[in-house]
Write a protein that binds this ligand. Sequence first.
Ligand code: SF4
Length: 461
Amino acid sequence: MNREIIADEVPPPPRRGGIHIGLLYPGSYAESASALGLHFIMGAVRSTPGCSAGRILATDSRARPATLEEGAPLSSLPVVLVSAGWELMAGPLAETLRRASIPPLLSDRDETHPVIVAGGALALSNPDLLTPIADVVLRGDGEEALHALLSGLTAGANRREILDTLSGLRGATEGTRAVCDDGDLPARSAFVTPRSALASMHLVEVMRGCPHGCSFCIMSRRRSGLHARYVPLQAVLEAVPGAARRVGLVGPSVLEHPEIEDILGALGDRSLEVGISSTRASRIDDSLARLLASLGLRTLTVALDGASESIRARISKSVKAGDVIRAARTARRHGIPRLKLYVMLGFEGERDQDIEELASTCLEIASSTSLTVSVGPVVPKKATALQAMPFVPRRTYESRIKLLRRTLGDRARIDAVSWREARDEALLSRMGPDEASGLLASMDATRPFELRRALRALPDP
Ligand code: SF4
């Protein structure tokens, strides 16, 4: 099976050579293949003479997890880089290590075990879940750490020297965050595959950081103090290989890139199909909608987040319902027939009237386009202004979903996230290092670790 998976990747992975570095992604192959952070690490390792990269996935059903490329056992690798996107990846990460006979708790390991370095969005939202596991947790941009690690390894640095170098970097110590040089941007796909969640799409980062300050979001510049950085047109175009057919432009607010129309136009000139990871409704006008439709975009994805104008004002979400309604009509006029709307329920002070306002916004949108509403409970994240906000009670959340369904009827499709899954995420997002260590210490080394079952025993957040 692994051979079939690898055979679909273009270009194929280079042959193993020199130091084989593990890239552990605590999710499925399809998710990993659409994770730009993992592609960036893989590209950097592959382009370093004397190093090769081997992916390990949490869904590997073998008793002993091993690299996808070479079948090298996880426990035999000198260094394992973990890319963790969100809280619920902590369980599969611990379970993958357990199956590899690597104690998940750092305090139970010694120098015979791989050096484990963890990064990704989870390192920003709640590093306390990773610090009991990883030798080094890296918050923020990974470029500097990766360069330091790869040059150290190829120069023959030993385990202690590697750990000393990484631990001294900005982002590795509490309260700091690594920021790469502009010249290191953009991240781009190391390969494409039809098996990716974004099938056969070559991903390119067009911006890093967000210009907005939504109070619930870990990307918010208010919290990070960082401003958005936009990748210049030429650098974006150079990151798209000649063989690419589909290109995904990645960033928190892609359409706000100051050169976005030129980027889209140049990709169109190369007859490429283009997808974008986020749409700012207020940016959609006739010219942009026409351009996006000509590039094959068929679904406009918009995050409204708060249910009503007053909730959105409270959470500093500067998107107006009128902008979304206008964007839906404009997009439809130019041949983009669907809109997907993301909304979160359970912000403090939310009432049924807010849901009624959301329903009437949805009905207006649905009058001009095919609408899917993706709804989930807001999960207060530790690294945001809403960290102390109570998590929505189950009854409240479910009654609001019912109200929304009743009002929308068959005019729109509603995809609702389960309250229980969000509860688990909320529990983990508030967890401190001692609780996280306690949870891992409760693992039985002879049995599969079921994080969800362990969380069930805890009181609601
Ligand atoms: S929710 Fe979106 S717009 Fe708001 S800060 Fe986060 S990434 Fe930016």
